[in-house]
Write a protein that binds this ligand. Structure first.
Ligand code: SAM
Length: 337
């Protein structure tokens, strides 16, 4: 912890990923991310089942021997564990967990634990709630309408305005999140664009998917979304390592960065930005209740189907997980029919 004033990007990087950081220190977060907030992965095994279906479809299209399944920002490996359990017999999968935190004890030995996405693999790269944790600078417009970097003090989260936003950050704001009125704020998503373009670029062929709280140009939140989470509650964002620090993702900017990078590398790619409700519906997860008649013919099956419908409803809820954005890039694959 320090009393220095720093930009949010540097402060959050230290608070989340420094030696004593929120995601690195087992003492601060013994249960991993699941102890502090609930992602789709924790909400229901239906999510892993849907990802298993996605992987199976991609494996069929690729028609190669082994397909890679790369989970970026893998937490404690919960999604990979769930997907491996849901895969059909006979599919040869190489699972990779890309994670800043250490490998948890007892994890399936087939899962390779790595610090970076493996280069040149073929298969599915999936990143659920990773990009919102990639630290970014925060900008705020001063009384004269000039966007300035926000500087923050780690000890208490106090903020003050610093230098005017300049260079590539200013160009990013202009293109993706223009600010005008005094007091408006934006999170400058450039590091996320770079991170996502790098992750997508690690695939030789296959599908890359980023799932996150998202917004797009024309509908940005006027004061940004930077916030904190600790122990299941939203808290004031203080970059002292005691809480998660997260901000919704400009997924349209990430989409453009990855598309440009893949085009530069000469690999064909098609890009789609959709919502979790629609993406999961395509993968067979809806919120429909089972027919009441099943309660008489198969009471146990009815109860199971009812529970699954409740979980599917949570994953696809308006105002909740269903509003998440899904950004999909098909790399080196033909356009979907
Ligand atoms: C919000 S958690 C999501 C965990 C899991 N994907 C889920 O949906 O439950 C974000 C995770 O991303 C990891 N992370 C953040 N930046 C990373 C990076 N550059 N490389 C690898 N992991 C990263 C964090 O350590 C954390 O475990």
């Amino acid at each position: 912890m320090t009393d220095e004033w720093r930009g949010w990007r540097e402060a959050a990087q230290a608070a989340l990923y420094g030696d004593e950081g929120f995601y690195r220190s087992p003492a601060r977060s013994p249960e991993g991310p699941a102890g502090h907030f609930r992602t789709s992965v924790h909400a229901s095994p239906l999510f892993a089942t849907a990802v298993a279906r996605l992987l199976t479809g991609i494996a069929r299209e690729l028609d190669t021997g082994t397909v890679a399944l790369v989970d970026v920002g893998a937490g404690r490996g919960e999604l990979l564990t769930g997907v491996l359990a849901a895969l059909p017999e006979g599919l040869d999968v190489a699972p990779y967990a890309v994670e800043v935190a250490g490998r948890p004890p007892g994890l399936d030995p087939r899962i390779e634990w790595c610090a970076e996405p493996p280069a040149g693999v073929t298969g599915l790269l999936f990143a659920n709630e990773w990009l919102d944790n990639v630290p970014v600078e925060v900008a705020e417009t001063d009384a004269e309408g000039v966007p300035r970097y926000v500087r923050v003090r780690a000890s208490d989260g106090a903020e003050r305005l610093g230098d005017p936003v300049a260079g590539a950050d200013a160009a990013w704001l202009e293109r993706w999140w223009p600010l005008s009125a005094p007091g408006e704020r934006a999170e400058i998503g450039r590091p996320r664009d770079t991170a996502w373009a790098g992750a997508v670029g690690s695939l030789t062929a296959g599908l890359a998917v980023a799932v996150d709280y998202a917004h797009v140009r024309g509908a940005r939140p006027p004061f940004g979304t930077l916030t904190g989470f600790r122990g299941g509650r939203e808290v004031r964002p203080v970059p002292d390592g005691s809480c998660d620090l997260t901000a919704h993702v400009a997924l349209d900017a990430c989409a453009a960065a990855a598309t440009e990078a893949v085009a530069e590398a000469g690999t064909g790619a098609s890009t789609e930005l959709t919502g979790q409700r629609e993406a999961l519906r395509r993968l067979g997860v809806g919120g429909d209740r089972p027919p009441l008649s099943l309660a008489t013919t198969d009471p146990a099956g009815y109860v199971r189907a009812l529970a699954a419908a409740g979980e599917a409803a949570e994953l696809t809820a308006r105002g909740g997980l269903g509003d998440f954005g899904w950004l999909l890039h098909r790399v080196g694959l033909p356009e979907p029919g």
